[in-house]
Ligand binder design. Sequence first.
Ligand SMILES: Cc1ncc(COP(=O)(O)O)c(C=O)c1O
Length: 404
Amino acid sequence: MFKQKYNPEINPIESKPIRSKDNFLIFGSPAIEDSEISEVVESLKSGWLGTGPKVAQFEESFKNYKGASYAIAVNSCTAALHLSMLAADLKPSDEVITSPMTFCATVNAVIHANLTPVLADIDPVTMNIDPEQIEKKITSKTRGILPVHLAGRPCNMDAIMDIAKKHNLIVIEDCAHAIETEYHGKKVGTFGDFGCFSFYVTKNIVTGEGGMILTRNKEHAARIKRLAMHGLSSNAWKRFSDEGYKHYFVVECGFKYNMIDLQAAIGIHQLKRIDAYWDRREQIWQRYNKAFAGLPIVLPAEPEPDTRHAYHLYTILIDERKCGINRDYFLKSVTAHNIGIGVHYLSIPEHPYYQKTFGWHPEEYPNAMRIGRQTVSLPISAKLTDEDVEDAIKTVQKVVESTA
Ligand SMILES: Cc1ncc(COP(=O)(O)O)c(C=O)c1O
């Protein structure tokens, strides 16, 4: 059935890769422009590198962009998820239902908040958590739902919010991929009690490392701000400002999760370009769809009506029975052409820690297991030139056509 060349155990030998090694296409490399570089330099020269006016400005701009009540900047989305669950004041070992098709940070944050993660399988087409599966996992200990808007595609928030209302559950949205995402005219991250965002280097806009929490509850916002800064009394970041030294008081045992001005300096300018970057990624998405239409691979589903996809990841599925090669051979072959690609994600129950700790098995979440074993993310950063995109296309075509 397979051509001789296919041997999943060996690295593919390419006489001439599509790109040269010194021109390796880095997956998810961000577009960085002069204005953020100048703003960072200005911060450095000002001597105020830490949490300060630029963080406040970034919070204000992000809050306005999302139409939220409160926005608190932190140093990662992982911290955002952790603090949201602490602010929700759940009891130790209360259960939070989330997706098995996510980055480990989502589940780890539940564990760090002393809560018990429970997985509900995904819909095989949208790859997002399936509301019917959520219903099946509800017990007397369930207190929260943590939907992940995977790849930038919104979860079925109507159904999720109905379940939350019916069972009196908090909702924490993992919007790490979904800054621009909208569902039925509303921006994600504003449906639930908390919306958590990432500005990690590969995300749609970046601050290097960084995160943001949205909430509509004033007390939650104040608690999160405090917890992100060691549990110090309010405005402790100003203690070294030009207003003179201010005493602070520790009012609870918090964390060191604050964003700093050096990071916000980048974010302020990235946010101004968010729509231009989205347009570019949409163009690349459409170009890929057109170029791959005839190949024996599964392309991402079309965005659902009345939604806005954030086009964070362009994920294809490599099904060995249709394509003639398996996913890992595809990864090796594309990388041999010096095109960087990613996997988002192996399903959570594939990892030994969770198997050991919770007794989870991949087979119990069959949709997440299959997709996790077949999925590949192609480069879709706004930084890509047309030539980069064409190189990625030629590589995928060559790898699939030479082995199918
Ligand atoms: C779905 C998801 N959730 C959470 C995170 C954690 O984000 P951060 O790296 O900002 O902590 C990531 C990061 O890649 C992610 O992809």
